[in-house]
Design a protein around this ligand. Sequence first.
Ligand code: UDP
Length: 240
Amino acid sequence: GKTKPRWQRVLLKVSGEALAGDGTQNIDPKLTMSIAREIASMSRLGIEIAMVVGGGNFFRGANWAGASGLDRASADHIGMMATVMNAIFLQASLESVGVPTRVQTAYRMAEVAEPYIRRRAMRHLEKGRVVIFGAGTGNPFFTTDTAAALRAAEINAQVVLKATNVEGVYDCDPRKNSCARLLDHVSYRQVAAMGLNVMDLTAITLCQENSIPVVVFDLNKPGNISKALSGDRIGTLVDH
Ligand code: UDP
């Protein structure tokens, strides 16, 4: 018979910044369609897919705090709304390829999306719907990586798959050091001790405390999302 996919339920984090692709717009529709098609084929294999999407392609709170009297909390509220824009775009892309999808937001935007209700999210997943969590954690001073770790723990996802603009985790910054090495595996402790650029420490700690492995991989390479969703070893694995 067919081999069973490795993961039954995953949390796929898509960085906002990566959604811009190399185009000049905030969102590259060719990229979102290719993401949607890969998710569709994996969802049809029965993998339950929850997503958290970032907002960095539109707005990052920390970069704007202080500008024009904007305090950090207000700037972060704008950042969280940026993630909802991406969530709705991705929902449309997914539904256009036939995948039933729900967006749930961490704070109420009831005319636009469902509010986050944990048990309801899990019910959607059981029914084969992709659930996209928008507005991060709903709290300023956090990141969507932390939202990904938090939601993964809440819904009992087996892994956080972090789709981003880099191939994985390097031992030092590849933009500054030509000798930077791509790491196949790192432990949670090494991430903290070496200051590796994987996720912020709040997110990593949450994954560590709940024994949720993280796979960091490049979203731009066609096929990578399918590989990550089916449990192939790509990018960098972070675990104990
Ligand atoms: N944000 C927040 N709380 C959260 C998640 C996100 O305040 O729980 C805000 C924050 O301003 C952040 C922005 O939303 O800069 C966009 O999210 P993020 O930077 O994590 O997106 P990504 O790096 O994935 O594009």
